[in-house]
Every structure is written in C-alpha cells, then in structure tokens.
Design a protein around this ligand. Structure first.
Ligand code: ZN
Length: 83
C-alpha cells in the first residue's frame, strides 16, 4: 500500500508515552486516525525501549500505526517558541 508522505507533529520532552512510564523515549511511533486526522498528519507517541512493542500493538490493532522512527529523526518543539 502506498502511503502519503506524513508530517509528524513536533515533540517536546522525550518522555515515554507508556502508562505511568517516565523513561527516556528512544522511539517515535507515527500514527494517524483517518476518521479525525488529515491523511498526511502524523501524531507522535514517544516510547522507551520497553514500551515500543506494547504501543505498536495497540496502534497496529486499530490500523493507526504508520511508522516507527528513532527520536533523532523527529522534529523538536523549539523551547520558548509560542505554540
Ligand atoms: Zn516506557
């Protein structure tokens, strides 16, 4: 399946999105819910090494998962920049 080029939301603190987890994130899970997001939009869930599988399964089961990339490839929110 051909996917459109996604535009990921910039991320702020690199903290895992896992429930109750405050570990440093190393992966960015890029996802899109076609019912509420435009096709090129990519929401980003950050994940530590331990939670990647869990979060990928959660998004994959809903067909929301589009890609997983190292956090180094993600755009960062510029500190002090008005949102
Ligand atoms: Zn975690």
């Amino acid at each position: 399946m051909t996917d459109v080029l996604g535009i990921a939301d910039p991320v702020d603190e690199l903290i895992c999105s896992g429930k109750g987890c405050r570990a440093v994130a190393v992966w960015g899970l890029l996802w899109n819910n076609p019912k509420i997001h435009t096709p090129e939009r990519r929401k980003v869930w950050l994940s530590c090494q331990d939670h990647r599988d869990h979060l990928e399964r959660f998004l994959g089961a809903r067909n929301f998962l589009r890609d997983t990339v190292p956090v180094s490839e993600l755009d960062r929110v510029i500190p002090g920049d008005p949102a």
